[in-house]
Ligand binder design. Structure first.
Ligand SMILES: Nc1ncnc2c1ncn2[C@@H]1O[C@H](COP(=O)(O)OP(=O)(O)OP(=O)(O)O)[C@@H](O)[C@H]1O
Length: 263
């Protein structure tokens, strides 16, 4: 898998005139990588993910997966959003099967595939439950199972844990890391949570705002087997501070006054 984003520029027409949301974005994700794009509000993170997902078209520049240009949504890119996007009237099992059904996969194969991924996210006992019977963390695990069931080349995650309480968020981050290590999947996640990005990823693109540009690309070298203890290490704090400094600089440039940004 090779996701290639080359010199992407995105401009929106607004009542106040053209608004440049993204400018000259060049980035790559390779097979099995966990990459985060982190940036303050308005730095174009969601726009970037929507472009990769094929929900929007770039004004200029190109996006391709394994050399094939992205022209619309496709099963090769699985999406997980912040807000719960499960169909409330469908059981957990049917939610996970839905994409497979749209692709014409047989009922038997759908059932097997969905059960496999529900097992993987620890929700097999809830296959017949409705989304309203699940906690926020469980709903996001269903959303992840649903995305994985389509066997995408890359998982695109838009602040997937942003709506969860702190403890559930920590559990979900650990869960996602283990899933990533077990499956060897490629993940591109966007977040404004600097500590989350450092904890999860191998590489981070830091976006500055107005317009959204790549301020820095950093490799995170905290080893493969991460657990929560790593958050207490000086190396972890060092990475977080570096990134927050970049974000503060970007905010100062935007607003002209110092802003405080926390993890
Ligand atoms: N459809 C649209 N039409 C006009 N402007 C848009 C549209 N979508 C996004 N924008 C603008 O583009 C800029 C980037 O928005 P985007 O939502 O991508 O940022 P973000 O980094 O994801 O922000 P947040 O963290 O607050 O969600 C913002 O100024 C926003 O107002």
């Amino acid at each position: 898998m090779h996701l290639d984003i080359a010199q992407v520029h995105k401009q929106f027409a607004t009542r106040g005139g053209p608004l440049v949301a993204l400018q000259d974005i060049t980035m790559q994700v390779e097979t099995g990588e966990f990459v985060c794009a982190v940036g303050a509000s308005g730095s174009g993170k969601s726009t970037l993910l929507r472009l990769i997902a094929g929900l929007e078209r770039p004004t200029s520049g190109t996006i391709s997966v394994d050399g094939r240009g992205v022209t619309g949504p496709g099963a090769d890119r699985g999406m997980v959003f912040q807000s719960y996007t499960l169909y409330p009237w469908m059981t957990v099992q049917n939610n996970v099967e839905f994409g497979l059904k749209l692709r014409g996969i047989s009922a038997r194969e759908r059932r097997q595939q969905a059960s496999y991924y529900l097992e993987m996210v620890g929700l097999a006992p809830f296959a017949r439950a409705l989304p309203k019977e699940l906690s926020g963390g469980m709903k996001q695990r269903v959303a992840i199972a649903r995305a994985l069931a389509n066997q995408p080349k890359i998982l695109l995650m838009d602040e997937p844990f942003g709506a969860l309480d702190v403890q559930t968020k920590e559990t979900m981050q650990q869960f996602l890391l283990e899933l990533w290590q077990r499956l060897g999947i490629s993940i591109l996640m966007i977040t404004h949570d600097v500590a989350e990005a450092v904890f999860l990823s191998q590489r981070i693109y830091v976006l500055s705002a107005s317009p959204g540009t790549i301020a820095r690309e950093l490799s995170i070298d905290l080893g493969q087997r991460r657990d929560y203890g790593i958050r207490r290490s000086s190396q972890f704090h060092h990475y977080c501070e570096d990134i927050m400094d970049l974000l503060r600089q970007s905010q100062r440039a935007t607003f002209g006054v110092p802003q405080s940004i926390g993890p």
